[in-house]
Design a protein around this ligand. Sequence first.
Ligand code: CA
Length: 253
Amino acid sequence: MDIAASARTDCGPVRENNEDALLLDHDNLIFIVADGMGGHAAGEVASRMAVDTIHELLLGQQDPEETRLVRNFQFEDTSSILRERLRYAFNQASISIRKTADEHTETRGMGTTAVALVLDGAHAHLAHVGDSRAYLCRDGQLQRLTRDHTVVQQEIDAGRLTPELARLLPHRNILTQSIGFQGPVEPDTATRVVQPGDRFLLCTDGLTDVLTDAALNDLMGRGLIDDLAESLVEAALTAHASDNITVVCVEIR
Ligand code: CA
């Protein structure tokens, strides 16, 4: 698969640490963004551990436990196997972060979001936990591919809150699940058929807190992919982002 990609992370003007992490593995077509939380730099530890663990497990030979799991489910198609591998990798990341957190007082309670994109032939496989998002821009139209694991998203789904009002609430970033905090997680996974010209965006809430989907649609549809990550971060900074901002942009050629 011929692709082009760009990525950028920025601490933003307010925070002292950048607790986001990203991975852009062009050779293996694996892309990950994570947004860590926890005091005393623990968020940085959690997001980096999540990105590295998920990457390692996706790359590596399947370990015996994973092989048993995949065989037991008797998945027939590669898409199901890849989604199951993503689910497994997210859970292993969560378990090892939880273990590290329990062993060191300074990292107790740390956690992270993660969103991963794996391209394989004509397919894009996605997994996420938390409020880091994936978007697809096709023919100039932006679609959100992930549903935030947040309290406000649950309220929106129940019809008790509008997305417009949700953007203004101070507790909008409270997560219903995060990697590392509880141990096991239930990532949402999906597979999509890709088309030439498709542009994927993975991002943390530092971007989406200040840019609406309409604003993102406008930015994602234009310019060169090489400049896109930079343009998105610049737009977020101009819109007075206060959080860390991280974006990974991938274009199918
Ligand atoms: Ca954040």
